[in-house]
Write a protein that binds this ligand. Structure first.
Ligand code: SAH
Length: 219
């Protein structure tokens, strides 16, 4: 039987803290969430490796370091309400659920939305609410959000997501003119309602496909 808890500890030390993620709460959450419960059974042995892994339907669970880096930039505080676009396996939503009070997660592929719901339930999370829909429109019934994590690469920041960000709220989103390469960007809504933006790092995400994202044919 593999010692997943030792593998998780190593993942946090060698892949995440060593590369500059400092937020103790994020490191603790990454050490706590059982990533092996969010990957397909035949890939469990590689759950804590330093890479993305396939989760079916042509999609991937992101590399642990990138998840930590994105979530650290969101600067989540207890009491916050978070939204994730692109729930995939449900893993990043679980990490968010360790830090925020409530997490709303949207996934556009129904088989993955079901899998994420199942994985989160099996792992014991009761504060994640899943919706099968086009997440580029956000989830207006539950807005505004203190933190928005976009886990797929977009051609630009969807207007609907900007309007659903609370004053002082943060959004982390991969933005790129190609469907395969992006810059990870942090967008902050100032108290006066204006938006500030800064770049974090270069990334490769699967495309955000939807009304305010890429069209399925890549235009
Ligand atoms: N955060 C996930 C990984 C996501 S991969 C995890 O931890 O496992 C990106 C996901 O975004 C894919 O599952 C893809 O289906 C989804 N996606 C792409 N466009 C979307 C959209 N418009 N709305 C919701 N989900 C979308």
């Amino acid at each position: 039987m593999a010692d997943f808890s030792l593998q998780r500890k190593r993942m946090v030390e060698e892949q995440i803290a060593a590369r500059g993620v400092r937020d103790k709460n994020v490191l603790r959450a990454m050490e706590k969430v059982h990533r092996h419960k969010f990957v397909p059974a035949d890939l469990r042995g590689r759950a804590y490796s330093d890479s993305p892994l396939p989760i079916g339907a042509g999609q991937t669970i992101s590399q642990p370091y990138i998840v930590a880096c994105m979530i650290e930039a969101l600067a989540i505080k207890p009491g916050d309400k978070a939204l994730e676009i692109g729930a995939g396996s449900g893993y990043a939503a679980a990490v968010l659920a360790e830090l925020a009070d409530e997490v709303y997660a949207i996934e556009c592929i129904s088989a993955l939305a079901e899998m994420a719901t199942w994985n989160l339930q099996a792992a014991g999370y009761t504060n994640v609410h899943m919706l099968h829909a086009d997440g580029t429109k956000g989830w207006s019934e539950h807005a505004p959000f203190d933190a928005i994590l976009v886990s797929a690469g977009a051609p630009g920041v969807p207007e609907s997501l900007k309007t659903q960000l609370a004053p002082g709220g943060r959004m982390v989103i991969p933005i790129g003119t190609s469907m395969m390469y992006q810059k990870l960007v942090c967008v902050t809504r100032q108290k006066d309602g204006s938006f500030a933006q800064h770049d974090l790092t270069d990334v490769r995400f699967v495309p955000l496909v939807g009304e305010e994202g890429w069209r399925p044919d890549g235009v």
